[in-house]
Design a binder for this molecule. Sequence first.
Ligand code: ZN
Length: 409
Amino acid sequence: MKACRSCGAELVHTFADLGMTPLSNAFLRADELGRKEPVYPLHAYVCGNCFLVQLEQFESPQQIFGEHYAYFSSYSDTWLDHARRYTGKMIERFGFGSNSQVIEIASNDGYLLQYFKQKGVPVLGIEPAKNVAEAAVAKGIPTLTRFFGVKTARELVAQGTRADLLLGNNVLAHVPDLNDFVAGMKLVLKPDGVITMEFPHLQHLIEENQFDTIYHEHFSYFSFLSAQRVFERHGLQVFDVEEIPTHGGSLRIYARHAERGGEPGGRVRELVARERRLKFEDLETYRAFASRVKETRRRLLEFLISAKRAGKKVVGYGAPAKGNTLLNYCGIGSDFLEFTVDRSPHKQGTFLPGTHIPVYAPERIDKVKPDYLLILPWNIKDEIVKQMAHIRSWGGKFVVPIPEVRVLD
Ligand SMILES: [Zn+2]
């Protein structure tokens, strides 16, 4: 039996079945291309009891987020800007200073904590990927190379470290043992401490057809209602929520110990009411999604086939995890997309998992002068259109695949 990772109920209802694909961050080196790649079902279910959308876990987190995890946050300007603004906002709202402790779970290369450090606020990062944690330490951000959960929380408490601000951006979705993770947060939070967590909002995934954000490393897909249930189960009250534009539309939730009492704010009540109105507690809402996903694939393939027939050159921009879901599900290989480019030197010179499309440095675009540039990380398309505006000088056009294929003017 497949059990819901939040409430334990049996999982029987399909949300999206995207076939068998390799892990989306399993980039290949040239000498690995001839080997058989492990593939796993990419099949999202929705729990009929707590309505958490989720994937089964097929690989250990160690395997997925181990030493060679390729994501370095600092390579995106949009992210750095987001982190800088978040830091200012938290300091202003809650008055964190030199006597406070900020702890970030999944702190990556320290891209966010560096801004707290600049303001004189003590920081600690917790990051399981060794190469990424080392990059943070090299920048002067104290970082524990560890997965977070009750065990790590107890170690921190035993050494006298607890958080005034405990934050995790885009980590909740990646947690295999959700209840252990949230129970750990409860332990490591000071009595008056504040938790903030950011995660993509299921409302956008559904309404904007963002099925490519479903990938194996991303175990859970939260509505506000399903997230709130997890926190409440562990004695944490979600007292505020903001809707933010990152990753195509995310929520930033604020939680505190339920024992502190007090009512949640108006934005919490409004969002609960909206999600009930949108029928997020009705299975039919989730079933309707599957057919839209199939139609999106047909339209993208139609575009690519007609572009190729017309003799056009199509290349990709970016090598994000979501791009790999999209390309593998749609069966798009280098016959359609000659190559893609990425600013991260860690991805350059590799090949995309499954499709084996080569990844180069962005300069390659200027040599090849493609007719169409397919933007795979559509969530930062504005940044990319600005960076690559010069493709228009040879008549190049930008294309986004989601919510459906569209040539940008
Ligand atoms: Zn459930």
